[in-house]
Design a protein around this ligand. Structure first.
Ligand SMILES: O=C(O)C[C@@H](Cc1ccccc1)[C@H](O)SCc1ccccc1
Ligand SMILES: [Zn+2]
Length: 165
């Protein structure tokens, strides 16, 4: 299992570098990220969250937890509409708040063999893709909330840290 970084860890603000080599080591990293995501009951996990600063995201939004999706060097090439969803994040445990994002996205990415594909997504998949792409660009969903809410969240997390010392 990989260690998931917790906000406000500065490493979560790293901008991930493109994946260039599609080798066995990459496939191992992908497997480790899926294992970590399933164990943490997430539906997505970005490499940034496990301190691996490459443009790699794993996802499984299925009920049966058996539909693995891998997005390498993902780019949103089209987006439209607007939707609000109560988001959470494995790097900000216990914090949930509404975030506005595009309703539909067209994403271009590579699979674990380096083959380029395009995918049109809506619903939870579109939200998750945008949430994970934010991670690769060093953005955590709480930073899309108001300054006041961000302050309140930081205070709350600091209090929790003191209790856990
Ligand atoms: O931290 C992450 O990136 C995993 C996120 C992915 C996500 C956040 C908001 C909306 C969609 C996906 C979550 O922790 S996965 C937990 C979860 C499960 C079901 C629905 C929403 C979030
Ligand atoms: Zn997240």
């Amino acid at each position: 299992l990989l260690n998931i970084l917790h906000y406000p860890d500065e490493r979560l603000h790293t901008v991930a570098a493109p994946v260039e080599v599609f080798d066995a080591a990459l496939k191992q990293q992908i497997d480790d990220m899926f294992e970590t995501m399933y164990e943490a009951k997430g539906i997505g996990l970005a490499a940034t969250q496990v301190d691996y600063h490459r443009r790699l995201v794993v996802m499984d939004i299925s009920e049966e937890r058996d539909e693995r999706r891998v997005f390498i060097n993902p780019e949103i090439v089209e987006k439209d509409g607007e939707t609000v969803y109560e988001e959470g994040c494995l790097s900000v445990p216990g914090i949930y708040d509404k975030v506005t994002r595009a309703e539909r996205v067209k994403v271009k990415a590579q699979d674990s063999d380096g083959k380029t594909f395009e995918l049109e997504a809506d619903g939870l998949l579109a939200i998750c893709i945008q949430h994970e792409l934010d991670h690769l660009n060093g953005v955590v969903f709480v930073e899309r909330l108001s300054q006041m809410k961000q302050q309140r969240i930081k205070t709350k997390l600091k209090k929790r840290e003191k209790q856990n010392m």
